[in-house]
Design a protein around this ligand. Structure first.
Ligand code: SF4
Length: 229
């Protein structure tokens, strides 16, 4: 199966995202930076894909304690689970990961609306550069933001809440291209359910990724990428 687009463009997309990471690292646009050790611009479990665009963009909510220490998203216990899911679904090389808010809120509290307003231009730029085929928002804040950005007008309704859209995929046309927007619960919530003995939700989470992987095959991405971590 043909590798989508060409390698020359691939380098420029990755470089552009890396440059943006540098800018985000020096951002002080809101008070969260004062309490954070390291801003968390994006990726790591899955490095920025070596492709002309990002097939799957995962948007989490905000860094937690481990992310704040290491400066990368999903590096704690939730990250271990996500890494495993990406590997098992052959999505590691096709995924770029970021958060809605790049600096850790104190005591892992929810991000405030003004912090989301201050930080979301970074995510907007990441989306612009990455030109993802699929965006997967994890958690209610990132899901709410992504819904309002892409789906409010099309669906003619405000964000209906994460429970209503959990596990769903919405197709839309953007810049004359097909974009899929999808949602799932916050990964920490999924894993808390697993610890309580509810294995159904983690299983749904894994199956959701299998579904997204199959959708990417329609774009010409091979079932088994060359590299497999
Ligand atoms: S949370 Fe976002 S807007 Fe606030 S300082 Fe960090 S990078 Fe800048």
């Amino acid at each position: 199966m043909a590798r989508p687009e060409n390698e020359t463009q691939a380098v420029s997309v990755r470089d552009a995202l890396q440059r943006l990471h540098q800018e985000i690292t020096s951002c002080h646009a809101c008070n969260l930076r004062n309490g954070a050790r390291l801003p968390v611009p994006g990726s790591k479990i899955a490095e920025i894909p070596d492709l002309p665009r990002v097939p799957l963009l995962i948007v989490g909510e905000a860094p937690g304690r481990e992310e704040d220490i290491q400066g990368a998203p999903f590096v704690g216990w939730a990250g271990k689970f996500l890494r495993n899911v990406l590997r098992r679904t052959y999505l590691t090389d096709l995924t770029y990961i970021t958060n809605l808010v790049k600096c850790r809120p104190p005591e892992n509290r929810d991000p405030e609306p003004q912090e989301i307003i201050a930080c979301s231009p970074h995510l907007d730029r990441q989306i612009e550069i990455a030109r993802p085929h699929i965006i997967l928002a994890l958690g209610r804040f990132s899901a709410g933001y992504i819904w309002e950005k892409f789906l409010h007008e099309k669906e003619n309704r405000p964000f209906p809440g994460i429970t209503r859209v959990n596990g769903q995929v919405f197709p839309l046309e953007r810049n004359d291209e097909r974009l899929y927007v999808s949602f799932f619960f916050h990964l920490a919530y999924v894993l808390r359910q697993a610890r309580k003995g509810n294995e159904a939700l983690p299983k749904r989470f894994r199956n959701h990724f299998y579904g997204l992987r199959i959708m990417l095959e329609d774009y010409g991405y091979p079932m088994r990428p060359k590299r497999y971590r």
